[in-house]
Write a protein that binds this ligand. Sequence first.
Ligand code: UD2
Length: 396
Amino acid sequence: MGVFDNPGGFLPEPLGVEVLHEWQLRPADVLPLQDPLYGGAPVEERLSEMRVMTGKTATATLILLSFLLLGVLYCYQNYRVFVSFELNDSRPKDRAADFLPLSDEFHLEAEHLQYKQPSILQGRTDVVTVTPWLAPVVWDGTFDPVLLDSLYRPRNISVAITVFAVGKYIRFLEDFLQTAEQHFFVGFNVHVYVFTDRPNELPRVHMAAGRQVTVRSVPSSQRWQEISAHRMELIQTLIEELNNQKDYIFCLDVDSRFHGRWGTESLGRLVAVIHPGYYRNRRSQLPYERRQESRAFLAPEDGDFYYCGGAFGGRLQEVHLMAKTCRLNFEEDARGGIEAAWQEESHLNRYLWFNKPSKVLSPEYLWQDFKSREPEIHLIRFSGVVKNYAEIRPNA
Ligand code: UD2
């Protein structure tokens, strides 16, 4: 039962009426029989005057309260207009978003389920499982997949994926889709949006019930940097078209395969993945954009982690704000004749420095096949395949 529930149907009376009751209930306690200030008027007369006065006071209080309520409503309305204006504001921002939209994570209800007793004394000790701003860092062994799925299943959530397969990258799509069917949100509604310039070369992959692929045609490009960076704009547009019909979205690199479960443990308002190549490095060594002229610039003393451009996600509105901001900053850079060191990945990293992710996924969620496994990586869930850049990219 919620705090606002009112099972007995009892409604507290307004404040002004409550005062009147006080007088009516206990006149003899509070009034002398003859009041000298009123020329010795009889108690009844005095009492009725007092009732009239109290009635007036009550009316005045009610009017005052109404004005106060109207004032509060006015301020609230303006605040909402301000928030939605901020969300739709298309100006590029140095500090991407000056506010964070309120969390709209799902309310999760547990069904009766037997699972291992949780402990705050035992668990993973070889890795850090929470950021300094108290976002969970998801590692194998830090969550119970069965419990999590049972919490999300009654909500009938839907997850969108965006994946780009432009030019020769179409060759990675079959493996990507097939392994996603085996490991990505198995048993949940998943809608994969494939952006390609080769819709005729789409592989045939059997999708389970509740899961589907939609193909969107995009132009070819002679520069891989443009393909990579252009993704933010297309992600932004897609989210606008989806019009909140999906609950979460993940944007993933196509030249990758799933090897292990990627599921409900990854859900959050704004989700980023720590890059497998740099999590042992000092922040001054991270490959952020270091030129101050770029809108992706981060100083040597800035930055939390180096996040992947190849996997990020969250609630639609959050990812929309991030994609739009990165895109606008990328375009602003282009007008100034500068391209960030790692295109949209650099802008993403700057955005996530100012707008902290609510959940951080460990490098289990984007490893690289050419890297040998480190002891803290108990399970590789998603990994970039080895590719010959010179052969596969339109420009080397
Ligand atoms: C890293 C990032 C990538 C991006 C890039 C810098 C990871 C694992 N990868 O990967 O997300 O930030 O650096 O721009 O963090 N694509 C095509 N056709 C092309 C070229 C690219 O479809 O001709 C798409 C495709 O979906 C690919 C993605 O763009 O997965 C990224 O390109 P990449 O894999 O060549 O970039 P890479 O390996 O440098």
